[in-house]
Design a protein around this ligand. Structure first.
Ligand SMILES: *[C@@H]1O[C@H](CO)[C@@H](O)[C@H](O)[C@H]1NC(C)=O
Ligand SMILES: *[C@@H]1O[C@H](CO)[C@@H](O)[C@H](O)[C@H]1NC(C)=O
Ligand SMILES: *[C@@H]1O[C@H](CO)[C@@H](O)[C@H](O)[C@H]1NC(C)=O
Ligand SMILES: *[C@@H]1O[C@H](CO)[C@@H](O)[C@H](O)[C@H]1NC(C)=O
Length: 436
Protein backbone atom coordinates (compact mmCIF):
# COMPACT_ATOMS: atom_id res chain seq x y z
CA UNK A 1 0.00 0.00 0.00
CA UNK A 2 2.81 2.38 0.95
CA UNK A 3 4.43 1.87 -2.46
CA UNK A 4 1.41 2.96 -4.40
CA UNK A 5 1.77 6.62 -3.49
CA UNK A 6 5.10 7.26 -5.29
CA UNK A 7 3.77 5.25 -8.23
CA UNK A 8 0.68 7.44 -8.38
CA UNK A 9 2.84 10.57 -8.20
CA UNK A 10 5.09 9.44 -11.01
CA UNK A 11 2.09 8.49 -13.12
CA UNK A 12 0.74 11.99 -12.63
CA UNK A 13 4.06 13.48 -13.63
CA UNK A 14 4.09 11.40 -16.78
CA UNK A 15 0.55 12.50 -17.61
CA UNK A 16 1.40 16.14 -17.00
CA UNK A 17 4.54 16.03 -19.11
CA UNK A 18 2.72 14.24 -21.95
CA UNK A 19 0.00 16.88 -22.02
CA UNK A 20 2.60 19.64 -21.88
CA UNK A 21 4.44 18.07 -24.78
CA UNK A 22 1.23 17.91 -26.75
CA UNK A 23 0.33 21.51 -26.19
CA UNK A 24 3.81 22.86 -26.84
CA UNK A 25 4.15 21.00 -30.15
CA UNK A 26 2.39 23.03 -32.77
CA UNK A 27 2.14 21.26 -36.11
CA UNK A 28 2.64 23.33 -39.25
CA UNK A 29 0.19 21.12 -41.08
CA UNK A 30 -1.83 17.92 -40.99
CA UNK A 31 -2.09 15.05 -43.43
CA UNK A 32 -4.81 12.57 -44.31
CA UNK A 33 -4.50 9.77 -46.86
CA UNK A 34 -7.29 9.40 -49.44
CA UNK A 35 -8.05 6.24 -51.38
CA UNK A 36 -10.43 5.92 -54.32
CA UNK A 37 -12.94 3.18 -53.63
CA UNK A 38 -13.07 0.73 -56.53
CA UNK A 39 -16.78 -0.02 -56.47
CA UNK A 40 -18.25 3.43 -55.81
CA UNK A 41 -15.41 5.59 -57.20
CA UNK A 42 -15.77 7.72 -54.06
CA UNK A 43 -12.69 9.13 -52.33
CA UNK A 44 -12.33 7.73 -48.84
CA UNK A 45 -10.21 9.08 -46.00
CA UNK A 46 -9.93 8.18 -42.31
CA UNK A 47 -9.54 9.91 -38.99
CA UNK A 48 -9.21 8.59 -35.44
CA UNK A 49 -12.03 9.78 -33.22
CA UNK A 50 -13.40 9.21 -29.69
CA UNK A 51 -11.95 7.91 -26.43
CA UNK A 52 -10.69 5.28 -26.79
CA UNK A 53 -9.80 6.14 -30.38
CA UNK A 54 -11.66 4.41 -33.19
CA UNK A 55 -10.65 4.60 -36.84
CA UNK A 56 -13.53 6.17 -38.78
CA UNK A 57 -13.61 5.95 -42.57
CA UNK A 58 -15.16 8.94 -44.27
CA UNK A 59 -16.09 9.81 -47.83
CA UNK A 60 -14.53 13.11 -48.89
CA UNK A 61 -17.07 15.82 -49.69
CA UNK A 62 -14.98 18.77 -50.85
CA UNK A 63 -17.77 21.32 -50.48
CA UNK A 64 -19.44 19.58 -47.53
CA UNK A 65 -20.44 21.71 -44.56
CA UNK A 66 -18.80 19.74 -41.76
CA UNK A 67 -17.79 16.32 -40.53
CA UNK A 68 -20.70 14.03 -39.83
CA UNK A 69 -20.64 10.44 -38.67
CA UNK A 70 -23.13 7.71 -37.90
CA UNK A 71 -23.59 7.71 -34.11
CA UNK A 72 -26.42 5.18 -33.93
CA UNK A 73 -24.26 2.19 -34.54
CA UNK A 74 -21.70 1.33 -31.86
CA UNK A 75 -20.66 4.88 -30.95
CA UNK A 76 -19.04 4.78 -27.58
CA UNK A 77 -16.74 7.44 -26.18
CA UNK A 78 -16.00 8.91 -22.78
CA UNK A 79 -15.27 12.30 -24.35
CA UNK A 80 -18.48 12.77 -26.35
CA UNK A 81 -20.19 16.08 -25.49
CA UNK A 82 -23.37 17.26 -27.16
CA UNK A 83 -23.46 20.98 -27.93
CA UNK A 84 -25.89 22.62 -25.53
CA UNK A 85 -28.62 24.93 -26.78
CA UNK A 86 -27.47 28.49 -27.36
CA UNK A 87 -23.83 27.59 -26.74
CA UNK A 88 -20.95 29.16 -28.63
CA UNK A 89 -20.66 25.91 -30.62
CA UNK A 90 -24.26 26.16 -31.76
CA UNK A 91 -23.84 29.72 -32.93
CA UNK A 92 -20.55 28.91 -34.70
CA UNK A 93 -22.42 26.19 -36.59
CA UNK A 94 -25.39 28.46 -37.27
CA UNK A 95 -27.66 26.05 -35.41
CA UNK A 96 -30.48 28.09 -33.94
CA UNK A 97 -32.94 25.38 -32.92
CA UNK A 98 -33.14 23.63 -29.57
CA UNK A 99 -34.18 20.04 -29.18
CA UNK A 100 -34.91 17.17 -26.84
CA UNK A 101 -34.59 13.49 -27.59
CA UNK A 102 -36.73 10.88 -25.94
CA UNK A 103 -34.91 7.57 -26.32
CA UNK A 104 -31.56 8.66 -24.92
CA UNK A 105 -29.37 9.75 -23.47
CA UNK A 106 -26.71 8.46 -25.85
CA UNK A 107 -24.49 10.04 -28.52
CA UNK A 108 -26.83 11.61 -31.04
CA UNK A 109 -29.75 11.71 -28.62
CA UNK A 110 -29.58 14.17 -25.75
CA UNK A 111 -31.83 16.85 -24.31
CA UNK A 112 -31.23 20.56 -24.57
CA UNK A 113 -29.02 20.32 -27.67
CA UNK A 114 -28.86 22.10 -30.98
CA UNK A 115 -29.27 20.25 -34.22
CA UNK A 116 -28.24 20.57 -37.86
CA UNK A 117 -29.35 18.78 -41.01
CA UNK A 118 -26.43 16.72 -42.29
CA UNK A 119 -26.85 15.61 -45.88
CA UNK A 120 -25.63 12.80 -48.04
CA UNK A 121 -25.42 14.18 -51.58
CA UNK A 122 -24.72 10.71 -53.01
CA UNK A 123 -28.28 9.65 -52.20
CA UNK A 124 -29.68 13.20 -52.01
CA UNK A 125 -30.90 12.75 -48.49
CA UNK A 126 -30.73 15.06 -45.50
CA UNK A 127 -31.86 14.36 -41.98
CA UNK A 128 -31.68 15.76 -38.47
CA UNK A 129 -28.52 15.34 -36.41
CA UNK A 130 -27.07 16.44 -33.10
CA UNK A 131 -24.15 18.87 -33.03
CA UNK A 132 -21.45 17.51 -30.75
CA UNK A 133 -17.76 17.47 -29.90
CA UNK A 134 -15.34 14.63 -29.47
CA UNK A 135 -11.61 14.02 -29.64
CA UNK A 136 -10.03 13.69 -33.09
CA UNK A 137 -6.46 12.57 -33.75
CA UNK A 138 -4.61 13.02 -37.01
CA UNK A 139 -1.01 12.99 -38.20
CA UNK A 140 0.90 16.22 -38.39
CA UNK A 141 3.16 16.90 -41.35
CA UNK A 142 6.10 19.06 -42.34
CA UNK A 143 4.84 18.90 -45.92
CA UNK A 144 7.01 15.92 -46.82
CA UNK A 145 6.08 13.04 -44.49
CA UNK A 146 3.57 12.30 -41.73
CA UNK A 147 4.96 13.27 -38.32
CA UNK A 148 3.66 12.80 -34.82
CA UNK A 149 -0.01 12.39 -34.09
CA UNK A 150 -1.83 15.43 -32.73
CA UNK A 151 -5.18 15.56 -31.01
CA UNK A 152 -7.99 18.09 -31.04
CA UNK A 153 -9.77 17.23 -27.77
CA UNK A 154 -13.06 18.85 -28.77
CA UNK A 155 -13.61 18.68 -32.51
CA UNK A 156 -17.08 19.77 -33.66
CA UNK A 157 -19.07 17.36 -35.80
CA UNK A 158 -22.62 16.22 -36.34
CA UNK A 159 -24.03 12.90 -35.17
CA UNK A 160 -26.25 11.40 -37.85
CA UNK A 161 -28.53 8.37 -37.91
CA UNK A 162 -27.40 5.19 -39.65
CA UNK A 163 -29.81 5.67 -42.55
CA UNK A 164 -27.66 8.56 -43.78
CA UNK A 165 -24.65 6.35 -44.61
CA UNK A 166 -26.51 4.55 -47.38
CA UNK A 167 -24.76 4.87 -50.70
CA UNK A 168 -21.35 5.49 -49.15
CA UNK A 169 -18.33 3.32 -49.92
CA UNK A 170 -18.53 0.09 -47.93
CA UNK A 171 -16.31 0.99 -45.01
CA UNK A 172 -17.40 4.62 -44.61
CA UNK A 173 -19.61 5.76 -41.76
CA UNK A 174 -19.74 9.47 -42.50
CA UNK A 175 -18.61 12.37 -44.63
CA UNK A 176 -15.52 14.54 -44.31
CA UNK A 177 -16.89 18.00 -45.10
CA UNK A 178 -14.09 20.22 -46.40
CA UNK A 179 -16.33 23.14 -47.29
CA UNK A 180 -15.84 26.77 -46.43
CA UNK A 181 -18.15 26.83 -43.39
CA UNK A 182 -16.73 27.94 -40.05
CA UNK A 183 -17.39 24.41 -38.83
CA UNK A 184 -15.87 22.82 -41.93
CA UNK A 185 -12.87 20.60 -41.18
CA UNK A 186 -10.30 23.01 -42.70
CA UNK A 187 -11.47 25.91 -40.51
CA UNK A 188 -11.64 23.78 -37.37
CA UNK A 189 -8.14 22.35 -37.85
CA UNK A 190 -6.74 25.80 -38.61
CA UNK A 191 -8.33 27.23 -35.49
CA UNK A 192 -7.11 24.33 -33.33
CA UNK A 193 -3.47 24.72 -34.36
CA UNK A 194 -3.35 28.38 -35.44
CA UNK A 195 -2.29 27.82 -39.00
CA UNK A 196 -3.50 29.64 -42.10
CA UNK A 197 -6.94 28.63 -43.33
CA UNK A 198 -5.55 26.79 -46.30
CA UNK A 199 -5.66 23.19 -47.37
CA UNK A 200 -4.76 21.20 -50.46
CA UNK A 201 -6.15 18.08 -52.02
CA UNK A 202 -4.38 15.84 -54.47
CA UNK A 203 -6.51 12.88 -55.50
CA UNK A 204 -5.14 9.77 -57.10
CA UNK A 205 -7.10 7.94 -59.75
CA UNK A 206 -5.59 4.68 -58.56
CA UNK A 207 -7.67 2.46 -56.30
CA UNK A 208 -4.47 0.88 -55.00
CA UNK A 209 -2.47 3.87 -53.80
CA UNK A 210 -3.24 6.88 -51.69
CA UNK A 211 -3.70 10.47 -52.68
CA UNK A 212 -3.54 13.10 -49.97
CA UNK A 213 -5.29 15.96 -48.17
CA UNK A 214 -2.89 18.46 -46.56
CA UNK A 215 -4.21 21.02 -44.08
CA UNK A 216 -2.08 24.13 -43.71
CA UNK A 217 0.26 25.90 -46.09
CA UNK A 218 2.81 24.49 -48.54
CA UNK A 219 5.33 22.92 -49.05
CA UNK A 220 3.38 20.01 -50.45
CA UNK A 221 6.18 17.68 -51.45
CA UNK A 222 5.75 14.70 -53.75
CA UNK A 223 8.37 12.06 -54.43
CA UNK A 224 10.07 12.53 -57.74
CA UNK A 225 13.42 11.55 -59.17
CA UNK A 226 15.93 13.08 -58.75
CA UNK A 227 14.38 15.56 -56.26
CA UNK A 228 10.91 15.90 -54.70
CA UNK A 229 8.46 18.34 -56.27
CA UNK A 230 6.82 20.98 -54.08
CA UNK A 231 3.51 21.05 -55.93
CA UNK A 232 2.48 24.10 -53.94
CA UNK A 233 5.35 26.21 -55.24
CA UNK A 234 4.16 27.08 -58.73
CA UNK A 235 0.40 27.32 -58.67
CA UNK A 236 -1.88 29.40 -60.85
CA UNK A 237 -4.56 31.26 -58.92
CA UNK A 238 -8.19 32.13 -59.48
CA UNK A 239 -10.72 33.68 -57.08
CA UNK A 240 -13.18 31.50 -55.21
CA UNK A 241 -16.76 32.73 -55.26
CA UNK A 242 -19.47 32.36 -52.68
CA UNK A 243 -22.78 31.17 -54.03
CA UNK A 244 -25.26 33.14 -51.89
CA UNK A 245 -27.80 30.30 -51.95
CA UNK A 246 -26.91 27.04 -50.25
CA UNK A 247 -26.40 23.98 -52.42
CA UNK A 248 -26.84 21.56 -49.51
CA UNK A 249 -29.68 19.06 -49.33
CA UNK A 250 -31.43 21.06 -46.60
CA UNK A 251 -30.81 24.61 -45.49
CA UNK A 252 -32.42 27.67 -44.04
CA UNK A 253 -33.18 30.81 -45.98
CA UNK A 254 -30.25 33.16 -46.39
CA UNK A 255 -27.67 30.42 -45.96
CA UNK A 256 -24.81 30.56 -48.46
CA UNK A 257 -23.31 27.51 -50.15
CA UNK A 258 -20.18 26.05 -48.55
CA UNK A 259 -19.05 24.66 -51.91
CA UNK A 260 -16.15 26.04 -53.92
CA UNK A 261 -17.22 28.04 -56.96
CA UNK A 262 -14.86 29.43 -59.58
CA UNK A 263 -15.49 31.61 -62.59
CA UNK A 264 -14.89 30.12 -66.03
CA UNK A 265 -14.46 32.94 -68.56
CA UNK A 266 -14.24 30.73 -71.61
CA UNK A 267 -13.52 27.22 -72.79
CA UNK A 268 -11.05 26.18 -75.46
CA UNK A 269 -10.67 22.89 -77.25
CA UNK A 270 -7.42 22.33 -79.10
CA UNK A 271 -6.60 26.02 -78.50
CA UNK A 272 -9.76 27.22 -80.26
CA UNK A 273 -12.50 29.01 -78.31
CA UNK A 274 -15.79 27.17 -77.93
CA UNK A 275 -18.94 29.32 -78.11
CA UNK A 276 -20.77 28.97 -74.80
CA UNK A 277 -23.55 31.04 -73.27
CA UNK A 278 -21.60 33.26 -70.88
CA UNK A 279 -24.69 34.01 -68.79
CA UNK A 280 -24.66 30.43 -67.56
CA UNK A 281 -21.13 30.78 -66.28
CA UNK A 282 -22.11 33.40 -63.70
CA UNK A 283 -24.01 32.74 -60.50
CA UNK A 284 -27.33 34.61 -60.61
CA UNK A 285 -29.24 36.09 -57.66
CA UNK A 286 -31.10 32.82 -57.11
CA UNK A 287 -27.80 30.95 -56.88
CA UNK A 288 -28.19 29.28 -60.29
CA UNK A 289 -25.41 28.92 -62.81
CA UNK A 290 -21.67 29.17 -62.28
CA UNK A 291 -19.06 26.45 -61.87
CA UNK A 292 -18.06 24.44 -58.83
CA UNK A 293 -15.59 21.71 -58.00
CA UNK A 294 -17.09 18.60 -56.46
CA UNK A 295 -15.91 15.21 -55.30
CA UNK A 296 -19.52 14.00 -55.32
CA UNK A 297 -19.60 13.68 -59.11
CA UNK A 298 -17.07 11.40 -60.68
CA UNK A 299 -17.23 13.09 -64.10
CA UNK A 300 -17.74 16.72 -65.01
CA UNK A 301 -21.35 17.70 -65.65
CA UNK A 302 -22.00 20.39 -68.25
CA UNK A 303 -25.31 22.16 -68.82
CA UNK A 304 -26.75 20.84 -72.10
CA UNK A 305 -25.82 23.74 -74.41
CA UNK A 306 -22.26 23.88 -73.01
CA UNK A 307 -22.01 20.11 -73.23
CA UNK A 308 -23.07 20.14 -76.89
CA UNK A 309 -20.58 22.86 -77.75
CA UNK A 310 -17.66 21.16 -76.00
CA UNK A 311 -18.43 17.66 -77.24
CA UNK A 312 -18.92 18.82 -80.83
CA UNK A 313 -15.70 20.84 -80.77
CA UNK A 314 -13.79 17.90 -79.33
CA UNK A 315 -15.31 15.58 -81.88
CA UNK A 316 -14.27 17.89 -84.75
CA UNK A 317 -10.75 18.19 -83.34
CA UNK A 318 -10.32 14.41 -83.31
CA UNK A 319 -11.49 13.42 -86.77
CA UNK A 320 -8.21 11.58 -87.28
CA UNK A 321 -8.91 9.14 -84.44
CA UNK A 322 -11.07 6.03 -85.02
CA UNK A 323 -14.37 6.35 -83.22
CA UNK A 324 -16.04 3.62 -81.21
CA UNK A 325 -19.75 3.34 -80.39
CA UNK A 326 -20.87 5.49 -77.47
CA UNK A 327 -20.75 3.95 -74.01
CA UNK A 328 -23.27 5.60 -71.66
CA UNK A 329 -23.10 8.04 -69.99
CA UNK A 330 -20.43 9.12 -72.47
CA UNK A 331 -21.07 10.05 -76.08
CA UNK A 332 -17.72 10.46 -77.78
CA UNK A 333 -15.61 7.32 -77.64
CA UNK A 334 -12.54 6.05 -79.49
CA UNK A 335 -10.80 2.80 -80.21
CA UNK A 336 -7.90 2.85 -77.80
CA UNK A 337 -5.54 1.35 -80.39
CA UNK A 338 -6.03 4.47 -82.47
CA UNK A 339 -5.04 6.90 -79.72
CA UNK A 340 -1.42 7.62 -79.00
CA UNK A 341 -0.11 7.57 -75.48
CA UNK A 342 1.77 10.44 -73.85
CA UNK A 343 3.23 11.25 -70.45
CA UNK A 344 0.06 13.26 -69.72
CA UNK A 345 -2.38 10.55 -70.78
CA UNK A 346 -4.03 9.55 -74.06
CA UNK A 347 -2.83 11.75 -76.94
CA UNK A 348 -5.88 13.91 -77.58
CA UNK A 349 -6.38 17.68 -77.92
CA UNK A 350 -6.34 19.65 -74.68
CA UNK A 351 -9.43 21.21 -73.15
CA UNK A 352 -8.68 24.53 -71.43
CA UNK A 353 -10.83 26.24 -68.86
CA UNK A 354 -9.85 29.89 -69.00
CA UNK A 355 -10.56 31.10 -65.47
CA UNK A 356 -10.71 34.54 -63.97
CA UNK A 357 -7.23 35.81 -63.17
CA UNK A 358 -3.90 36.40 -64.84
CA UNK A 359 -2.56 33.19 -66.38
CA UNK A 360 -5.32 31.15 -64.79
CA UNK A 361 -5.75 28.49 -67.45
CA UNK A 362 -6.68 25.05 -66.23
CA UNK A 363 -5.69 22.57 -68.89
CA UNK A 364 -7.14 19.08 -69.10
CA UNK A 365 -4.79 16.77 -70.93
CA UNK A 366 -5.84 13.24 -71.92
CA UNK A 367 -5.36 11.91 -68.39
CA UNK A 368 -8.14 14.18 -67.13
CA UNK A 369 -10.34 14.45 -70.20
CA UNK A 370 -10.46 10.78 -71.15
CA UNK A 371 -11.52 7.63 -69.34
CA UNK A 372 -10.98 4.01 -70.35
CA UNK A 373 -14.35 2.26 -70.23
CA UNK A 374 -12.60 -1.02 -71.07
CA UNK A 375 -9.26 -2.05 -72.55
CA UNK A 376 -10.35 -1.26 -76.10
CA UNK A 377 -12.39 1.89 -75.72
CA UNK A 378 -11.82 5.29 -74.15
CA UNK A 379 -14.30 8.14 -73.98
CA UNK A 380 -14.45 11.86 -73.40
CA UNK A 381 -15.22 11.91 -69.67
CA UNK A 382 -17.88 14.61 -69.50
CA UNK A 383 -21.60 14.11 -68.96
CA UNK A 384 -24.69 16.06 -70.04
CA UNK A 385 -25.95 17.81 -66.92
CA UNK A 386 -29.37 18.65 -68.38
CA UNK A 387 -31.00 21.83 -69.63
CA UNK A 388 -31.64 23.63 -66.36
CA UNK A 389 -29.18 22.41 -63.77
CA UNK A 390 -28.68 24.30 -60.54
CA UNK A 391 -24.97 24.73 -61.37
CA UNK A 392 -23.93 24.96 -65.04
CA UNK A 393 -20.54 23.29 -64.65
CA UNK A 394 -19.72 20.74 -61.95
CA UNK A 395 -16.08 19.78 -62.24
CA UNK A 396 -15.90 16.18 -61.05
CA UNK A 397 -13.36 13.92 -59.40
CA UNK A 398 -11.86 12.46 -62.57
CA UNK A 399 -10.94 15.93 -63.80
CA UNK A 400 -9.07 16.88 -60.62
CA UNK A 401 -7.11 13.66 -60.18
CA UNK A 402 -3.34 14.17 -60.23
CA UNK A 403 -3.87 17.94 -59.98
CA UNK A 404 -3.00 19.63 -56.71
CA UNK A 405 -5.69 22.10 -55.67
CA UNK A 406 -5.07 24.51 -52.82
CA UNK A 407 -8.03 26.22 -51.21
CA UNK A 408 -7.11 29.43 -49.42
CA UNK A 409 -10.18 30.31 -47.37
CA UNK A 410 -8.75 33.53 -45.94
CA UNK A 411 -7.78 34.95 -49.32
CA UNK A 412 -10.73 33.26 -51.06
CA UNK A 413 -8.71 31.88 -53.88
CA UNK A 414 -7.94 28.57 -55.50
CA UNK A 415 -4.41 27.60 -56.45
CA UNK A 416 -4.11 24.83 -59.03
CA UNK A 417 -1.08 23.00 -60.34
CA UNK A 418 -2.41 21.52 -63.58
CA UNK A 419 -1.54 17.87 -64.10
CA UNK A 420 1.44 16.67 -62.07
CA UNK A 421 2.04 13.99 -64.71
CA UNK A 422 3.65 16.73 -66.78
CA UNK A 423 6.13 17.17 -63.95
CA UNK A 424 7.06 13.53 -63.50
CA UNK A 425 5.06 12.84 -60.38
CA UNK A 426 1.50 12.00 -59.32
CA UNK A 427 -0.84 12.55 -56.40
CA UNK A 428 -0.03 8.99 -55.28
CA UNK A 429 3.55 10.08 -54.56
CA UNK A 430 3.19 11.71 -51.18
CA UNK A 431 5.72 9.97 -48.93
CA UNK A 432 3.61 8.31 -46.24
CA UNK A 433 6.66 6.96 -44.40
CA UNK A 434 6.30 8.36 -40.90
CA UNK A 435 9.07 10.49 -39.44
CA UNK A 436 7.46 10.72 -35.97
C1 LIG B 1 -17.75 -1.59 -32.14
O1 LIG B 1 -16.63 -0.77 -31.81
C2 LIG B 1 -15.53 -1.48 -31.31
C3 LIG B 1 -14.44 -0.48 -30.97
O2 LIG B 1 -14.96 0.58 -30.23
C4 LIG B 1 -15.04 -2.48 -32.33
O3 LIG B 1 -13.99 -3.23 -31.79
C5 LIG B 1 -16.19 -3.39 -32.75
O4 LIG B 1 -15.76 -4.20 -33.80
C6 LIG B 1 -17.37 -2.57 -33.21
N1 LIG B 1 -18.49 -3.43 -33.52
C7 LIG B 1 -19.22 -3.31 -34.61
C8 LIG B 1 -20.37 -4.24 -34.77
O5 LIG B 1 -18.99 -2.44 -35.44
C1 LIG C 1 -35.51 14.58 -22.06
O1 LIG C 1 -36.47 15.22 -21.28
C2 LIG C 1 -37.70 14.51 -21.24
C3 LIG C 1 -38.68 15.35 -20.43
O2 LIG C 1 -38.87 16.58 -21.09
C4 LIG C 1 -37.51 13.16 -20.59
O3 LIG C 1 -38.72 12.43 -20.65
C5 LIG C 1 -36.46 12.40 -21.38
O4 LIG C 1 -36.16 11.19 -20.74
C6 LIG C 1 -35.19 13.22 -21.48
N1 LIG C 1 -34.28 12.54 -22.37
C7 LIG C 1 -32.99 12.48 -22.15
C8 LIG C 1 -32.17 11.87 -23.22
O5 LIG C 1 -32.44 12.93 -21.14
C1 LIG D 1 -28.17 31.98 -72.07
O1 LIG D 1 -28.58 31.42 -70.84
C2 LIG D 1 -29.54 32.21 -70.17
C3 LIG D 1 -29.75 31.56 -68.80
O2 LIG D 1 -30.21 30.26 -68.95
C4 LIG D 1 -30.79 32.30 -71.00
O3 LIG D 1 -31.74 33.11 -70.34
C5 LIG D 1 -30.46 32.91 -72.37
O4 LIG D 1 -31.59 32.88 -73.20
C6 LIG D 1 -29.33 32.12 -73.01
N1 LIG D 1 -28.89 32.82 -74.23
C7 LIG D 1 -28.82 32.24 -75.41
C8 LIG D 1 -28.32 33.06 -76.52
O5 LIG D 1 -29.12 31.05 -75.56
C1 LIG E 1 10.33 8.73 -47.73
O1 LIG E 1 10.67 9.36 -46.52
C2 LIG E 1 11.61 8.62 -45.73
C3 LIG E 1 11.76 9.36 -44.40
O2 LIG E 1 12.21 10.67 -44.62
C4 LIG E 1 12.91 8.53 -46.49
O3 LIG E 1 13.84 7.78 -45.74
C5 LIG E 1 12.64 7.84 -47.82
O4 LIG E 1 13.81 7.83 -48.60
C6 LIG E 1 11.54 8.57 -48.59
N1 LIG E 1 11.20 7.76 -49.76
C7 LIG E 1 11.43 8.18 -51.00
C8 LIG E 1 11.07 7.22 -52.07
O5 LIG E 1 11.91 9.28 -51.24
Amino acid sequence: MANSVPLLVSCLLVIISVSLAQTSFRPRGLVLPVRKDASTQQYVTAIDQRTPLVRVNLVVHLGGQYLWVDCDNNYSSSTYRPARCRSAQCSLAGATGCGDCFNGPRPGCNNNTCGLTPDNPFIRTATGGELAEDAVSVRSTDGSNPGRTVTVPRFLFVCAPTLLIQGLAGSATGLAGLGRARVGMPSLFSAAFSFRRKFAICLSGSTRSDGVILFGDSPYNFIRVPAPLDAGASLAYTPLFVNPVSTAGAYSQGEASTEYFIRIRSVRVNNSPVAVNATLLDIDAEGNGGAKISTVNQYTLLETSIYRAVVDAFSRATTGIRRAPAVAPFEVCYESGSVGSTRVGPGVPNIDLVLQGEGAVWTWTGSNSMVYVNDDVLCLAVVDGGANPRTAVVIGGHQIEDNLLQFDLAASRLGFSNTLLGRQTTCANFNFTSIA
